[in-house]
Design a protein around this ligand. Structure first.
Ligand code: ASP
Length: 328
């Protein structure tokens, strides 16, 4: 299912966001509004977390059919900090779940008045499919859809870049690594291009480079040393072994040598460049440990921003539900 289809499905009759399935089709103003609200909720570790009752009376259900640490926990904390009831369903131990079975689970949750359903699944198109069947007051938030889309990750990455590097129109950003399997890269591409980044570069070994119909407008590199030179932001990606078949899995040591973000390579970027990684990291494979823990790394800040962004998305979606109720 195309992201174009998801872009339509996620809006209500008035064009408001009813679900969040993809960043495709979100305007610059919509993304900026979400980032501004996330900034309002953002606190640094050590400060007390932001809290309000925006989601009082709502029930958020987390349905993760693929593993997750950061995304699931941050959706849970975000919902709790906005006053919602939260339930977490452990779906991973169940056998591979197909559309109809997922719908049955969802109807069950709906019947218990869960009204915001956060979903992660390996099947492309599942969030948009489910969104068509849920009751009018129920919202679907995509927490990772196959290799296609991870909208809240794209937003938290954009927030992190905005906080640390400022104006997108002045920035050169590199997204590097296993691009062909990365939903993070696809959502980041949507966010960065919509926000008007000056130059977006993508770099991957030949085998992991997506087709030309994707990442339009980005400059493509297969040589990481050329790609990294002079950039302000280096976003590196995990090798997604779970989406590869045996023969195509790269050897870790060779990958690190030819494509990993090492201190020597990072020295070719701008002096004050930041380094990002969505996690979980394969240390000393796509990123050297010294870089991940080094002074240019903003990886922990990305995690902190994940909670703020998810609070902003939950609050925005709940406000749109209220607006619809008001006019019905
Ligand atoms: N956590 C991110 C995702 O779910 C990145 C990764 O798994 O590599 O896509």
């Amino acid at each position: 299912m195309s992201t174009d289809h998801s872009a339509k499905v996620q809006r209500d009759a008035e064009g408001r966001l009813r679900h969040l399935i993809t960043l495709d089709g979100l305007s610059r103003d919509e993304i900026v509004a979400l980032l501004d609200l996330a900034q309002f909720y953002a606190r640094t570790p050590g400060e007390l977390a932001a809290r309000d009752q925006t989601l009082a009376g709502h029930t958020v259900a987390n349905l993760f059919f693929e593993p997750s640490t950061r995304t699931r926990v941050s959706f849970e904390l975000a919902a709790q900090r906005l006053g919602a009831d939260v339930v977490n369903l452990d779906m991973q131990s169940s056998s591979r779940v197909k559309g109809e079975t997922v719908l049955d689970t969802i109807y069950t949750l709906q019947a218990m008045q869960a009204d915001i359903l956060v979903m992660r699944d390996a099947e492309p198109g599942l969030p948009a499919y489910v969104a068509k069947y849920v009751a009018p007051h129920v919202c679907i938030l995509n927490a990772g859809e196959a290799h296609l889309s991870h909208p809240t990750q794209g937003l938290l990455d954009a927030l992190t870049v905005r906080q640390t590097k400022g104006d997108f129109a002045k920035l050169k950003i590199l997204i590097a690594g296993d691009l062909s399997h990365s939903r993070v890269a696809r959502s980041a591409w949507h966010a960065f291009t919509t926000l008007g980044v000056a130059e977006l570069r993508i770099a991957a070994p030949e085998d992991l480079m997506p087709g030309k119909d994707e990442f339009k407008g980005a400059t493509r590199f297969t040589d990481i040393d050329k790609a990294i030179s002079g950039v302000d932001v280096v976003m590196t990606l995990r090798i997604q072994r779970e989406r590869m078949s045996g023969a195509s899995i790269p050897d870790e040591a060779t990958y690190h040598h030819t494509f990993g973000i090492t201190a020597d390579r990072l020295a070719k970027a701008n002096k004050d460049a930041i380094v990002m990684h969505p996690g979980p990291m394969n240390r000393d494979v796509e990123i050297a440990s010294a870089v991940a823990d080094g002074p240019q790394s903003v990886i922990q800040r990305q995690v902190t921003n994940g909670v703020a962004v998810r609070m902003a998305v939950l609050a925005t979606i709940a406000r749109n539900v209220q607006a619809r109720r008001h006019f019905q």
